[in-house]
Write a protein that binds this ligand. Structure first.
Ligand code: SF4
Length: 62
């Protein structure tokens, strides 16, 4: 599993970082970035929660 954040859509609310800080982090511009390339199995549920919790659907999962 891989996660991606669309920088043009992200509003920097920080919900994904709160939901799953092992995968998402706000960068210097307060836009979320994905800090792991391949999501480890143990973090898949948290990553999906973050995707669902994004208010603007900026997160996509492959
Ligand atoms: S939850 Fe969505 S809008 Fe909020 S910081 Fe994460 S990617 Fe951006």
């Amino acid at each position: 599993m891989k996660a991606k954040v669309d920088r043009d859509i992200c509003i920097g609310c920080g919900a994904c970082e709160s939901n799953c800080p092992e995968v998402f982090e706000l960068d210097d511009e307060s836009i979320s970035i994905v800090i792991v390339n391949k999501i480890p199995e143990a973090l898949e549920v948290g990553t999906l929660d973050a995707e669902e919790g994004c208010p603007v659907n900026a997160i996509s999962i492959e």
